[in-house]
Every structure is written in C-alpha cells, then in structure tokens.
Design a binder for this molecule. Sequence first.
Ligand SMILES: [Zn+2]
Length: 402
Amino acid sequence: MRLLAEQGVDCALCGSERIRDSFQWREFISTPPGIESVGMNVFICDGCGFIFLNPQPDAELLDYYYRTNEKKLIEGPSLYYREQQVEFIASLVKSRGNAFDAGCFDGTFLHYLKEAGWSVSGCDLNEAALEVCRTRYGIETQKGAIDNVVLEDGSIDLLTFVHFLEHVTDPNKVFEWSRRKLAEGGHLYIMVPDAERMFSNSIYGFFSFPHINYFTLVSLKNYLVKHGFDIVSARAKEDFEFIELIARKSGENKEVKLLNDYESASVFMARYAKKWQKGLDDFIGRFVDGKKRWIEKKSKVLLWGAGIHTSKVFSYLPLDDDDLKLIGIIDNDDSIQGGESCGLMVYSPAELGVLKPDVILVSSYWYAEEIGRELREEMNYKGEIFYFYGRPTKGHPIARDY
Ligand SMILES: [Zn+2]
C-alpha cells in the first residue's frame, strides 16, 4: 500500500506555485501490513497563506484509516457543543427546510437540527456511527462520501460541515458540490479547527493525520468567496479552538479577489513549531528520567491506551531499550485486544490483575485524569502511575470543552 500521494506542487486555493515548507513531524499509522512511521509535512502558500499537508495521505490509506477506526470513533468523546451550534445557525438562518450534514457521524447534530425544525439527512463513512444515528434518533442517512450519495441538485437549504473540511483531500471539489446541491440562497454552515489557535500542549498537537487542511478565518473565507458564497457571519471565540461560519450561496457572478495572510500564518506556525518542540523535549525528558528509575528497579511497565497518542509516543520516545521491561498495552477497545499495536500485545483492562505491572504509563492527554481515577478507584491499582504531561490538575486547561 502506498502511504502518501505525490507531493503537490501548487496551492489548491489560489493556484500559486510558491509554497513553503513549514512544520514537520512523524507519527505511526496503521496499515494492513502493520504499523509504519510516516513523516508528515505542512506547507504554507506564499500567495494566499493557506496551510495544508503535503504530500497528502494516499486515498487507499485514508479509506483504511476510516474503516478500521469505526469502533474507536464511536466510543470517542461525545459530541460537545452541538446545541450551541444549532442555536447559532437558527439565529441567522430564519427559514427552515432540508438540511444535510456531510460527515454526520452518530447524528447528534442532525438531531438538534431536527428539533429546531429542519428536515434532516446526512452521510458518513462510519457504518457503526450511522447505526447509532438510526437507532438513537430515528434519522435515516446514507453511507458514503459526498460524491457518491444520492442527493438531488438544488434540493438542500442548509448544508453543514462539522469537523469535515479539515479531512477532505480536495476542498474545491467539496465547495463545487455544495453549490450544486444547495438551493438558490441556501446556507452553508462550517465548523473547523482554527489553525491560528491550535494548541501544541501535547505530543498530539493539532497537526496530525488525518487532518489535511488547516484553515484560518482568512483561508476559509477565501475558499467560500472563490466558489460563489457570501459570508453571513463567522465567529472564533477566544476560549475555543474552532471557527464557525455561515455562508450563503450567491446568485451573482462576482469578481473574486482573494486575501493573503501568509505573513500572519508563517508567524503563528513558527510559534507553534517552537512551542511544540519545547513540549516534546519536556515530554521526552520526563520519560527518560522515569525510564532510568524503572530499569534500576526492574519494573514491569505497561502502557495504557493504544490510540493516536500512543502512535506518536512510539515515534518519539526511546522505548526499544532492551533493559526496559515494557510488557504490553491495555486498551478498552475489544476489537484490538489480543492483537498487536506498535509491536506490543494489546490486553483488556480485566487482565490487569494477571499482568501485575509496577508502572502504568498513561498514554493520553485528554483523558489522563479520568484514566488515573479509574485505575485507583475502580481497579484498585496500587503501583506507579506515570503521566506523560505530569499529574493532571483540576480544571484541565484544554479538556474543558470536551
Ligand atoms: Zn495559495
């Protein structure tokens, strides 16, 4: 399987060939033959400031990723903030009609739209999530990507993309499709991570597979204007790392003038890279100190969590030391228990009593506090708990919105 497509030579937004290297990292990605460490590279366009992954993951790899993460995704964090999003839309879009959510996942967002008076449908690649949508909310959806769903042109009054556009390989195609499917005067609601305010507090960061496009308010507006949309309203709240935007399909053929925020993008990307590197150095330092101690005491060390965070941990930490007794990974996902992840056996939490680790490394940023509590209070684990980011304190600075 090919992991990465050919490197693009120009910017998908403005067409400029002056694209500049900006930020690189490595992460482990699951592929059918196993797990591979892949170097990722983000570019900024000098002509408009658009930030994007280049080269992109190969289509086959993306397909594999979304299919194999089905179960994991469904057990992920519950979808926060949905009601407020629908309130925001309802305050600006007065008429009701047909709403379609691309990448609708388990349908929570569609459910709130339906409550607010829209007739709803949607599509997603994740079959397990669509089943939840059907049984929990009674909402029928289609399995598939937007270009293979059955949807009449001009039939949609409100099209919604919630955490969708950052994943697509061809934003132009998506906006062209949007214009076709929307009725005249129809609205588009978008929520994407805000590249300008992406945090770098964890090894995970926000620059991460399978995110391909990293929008700022300027680049998102540029895309919309380019494809014949008028911006109705946009908000990027101070304490919130996302952009929300509502646009209207424009009737006229206007001359398009794109803005350029290259200067600002290169400044915040450099700031991000610096902060990320410092975070990584602290992270590695804390682990190396612990490792010395565990080797000395001949401790049996177990990793908690086989997810994306662990794939990054394996890319950066010196874990392959023969003297380190790393005995496996524990994960709640029963579809991967009994198999291997990052070259280690994956066990269920119920096997903790048999494995008897001396140290558990909590491989998570978002859920570190929760996992620690579960280990102490529910599983009565008495050994050392090692937090990669230090012991979590009350009022986790990032997790508050989740
Ligand atoms: Zn550009």
